[in-house]
Design a binder for this molecule. Structure first.
Ligand code: NAP
Ligand code: 3JN
Length: 350
């Protein structure tokens, strides 16, 4: 970097990419140039950056000539092909897809939790899955205090996690409902998983399937939460199980998280710990009906935690409600925050 970084956004027209642009507008990183990349379909479209009109370019390997930092969110296949091309040309890649997440050579980073892992990067850094990120931000401070033996999480995930077309699908179905069209006539094409055989309505529904089914009747989204948690926390022994559910919310993932700590910790201690934890906003006052809500976390960078209470039967068991903007902390903000952290640690180079 001479007088600012040249940054490429891959997948700039997508649900995550457009938020990446917003986060770059607010970043503390010194920027020289921002290059917006997408498929041939979107080449020539224009997008605004800090009041300037930028033209979207078609992604090709040469797009990365002179680029210092490349933020990828155009799907795993695109990252597999083009992230190495970017690194070859001297760029550091922060990848939002699952493609490199479990690669032992690639740090998987939530800055509030494991920024030290960045020191080992070899050009590519992986951004975890959105559902994992917010859970890590909420649980790491508790783990530091009392250890963590077990996590059982049920997610309530917003449709924007499945991309811009899924949001359109929710809006279309909601409009059909208001127009009196019976649900059997709605045209579900994307959810629960674009690549799967069957599609079901999401409006006024809850779908206990995110991504396709993998081993043991868990979905890939559920396995991501299990495997990524173990990698980020560097604890292969931690017990994790997840049930991931799509609900008709546009943005903001909510999670019901049950944990068993290794040591006893009071609810008051958990509240105090979380009140001062990085990236966490404590919203927990049942007497005043105060708790985190998806609608209120939209466009916020923090992770909101409430409904903290003891399990009724298990001595070291606790329940929490964890909410965050899936497109910001779950994706675009975590990526830009990784880049800012790399810069602060003088690691934004290969
Ligand atoms: P989206 O709204 O469907 O956007 C997809 C983006 O990828 C668009 O900009 C699209 O450009 C671009 N793209 C598609 N094919 C391309 C190609 N052949 N070459 C270049 N660009 C191409 O999807 P999204 O929700 O933003 O998600 C994108 C990816 O981000 C996902 O596949 C996933 O891997 C990752 N993601 C991660 C998280 C997380 O949990 N951290 C959350 C959501 C998504 P066009 O306009 O040209 O089609
Ligand atoms: O569905 C959600 O709420 C999060 C989706 C994330 C996602 C969507 C498509 C492909 C991912 C991801 O980040 O794990 C991927 C992927 O890259 O595998």
């Amino acid at each position: 970097m001479s007088n600012g970084y040249n940054v490429a956004v891959v997948g700039a027209t997508g649900a995550v990419g457009t938020k990446m642009i917003q986060m770059l507008e607010q970043t503390t990183l010194p920027l020289k140039k921002v290059v917006l990349l997408a498929s041939k379909r979107s080449a020539g479209k224009t997008l605004q950056f800090k009041g300037e009109t930028l033209i979207v370019e078609e992604l090709v390997p040469e797009s990365f000539e002179g680029i210092d930092l490349a933020l990828f969110s155009a799907g795993g296949g695109i990252s597999a092909t083009f992230a190495p091309e970017a690194v070859k040309r001297g760029a550091v890649v922060v990848d939002n897809t699952s493609h490199f997440r479990m690669d032992p050579q690639v740090p998987l980073v939530v800055p509030e939790v494991n920024k030290e892992a960045l020191k080992k990067h070899k050009g590519i850094i992986a951004n975890p899955n959105c559902s994992t990120i917010q859970m890590m931000v909420a649980l790491e401070p508790i783990r530091q205090k009392a250890g963590l033996d077990r996590i059982i999480v049920s997610t309530y995930q917003a449709v924007s996690g499945a991309g811009a077309r899924a949001v359109e699908e929710l809006k279309r179905e909601a409009q059909d409902y208001l127009n009196g069209v019976p649900a059997s006539e709605w045209q579900a094409k994307i959810l629960p998983a674009g690549a799967d055989k069957k599609h079901y309505p999401i409006a006024f529904n809850a779908l206990p399937q995110i991504d396709k089914f993998a081993e043991d009747d868990y979905t890939f989204e559920e396995w991501k939460m299990v495997n990524e948690t173990k990698k980020i926390m560097e604890d292969a022994a931690i017990k994790v199980a997840a049930t991931c559910v799509r609900i008709p919310v546009a943005s903001g993932h909510s999670e019901s998280v049950y944990i068993e700590t290794k040591e006893k910790i009071s609810v008051q201690d958990v509240r105090e710990t979380l009140a001062s934890a990085p990236g966490v906003v404590l919203e927990d006052d049942p007497s005043q009906q105060v708790y985190p809500q998806a609608i209120e976390c939209v466009d916020q960078k923090e992770t909101f935690v409430g409904r903290i209470r003891k399990d009724l039967d298990i001595e070291n068991g606790l329940h929490l409600w964890v909410v965050s903007d899936n497109l910001l902390k779950g994706a675009a903000w975590n990526s830009v925050q990784i880049a800012e952290t790399l810069h602060e640690m003088d690691l934004l180079h290969i």
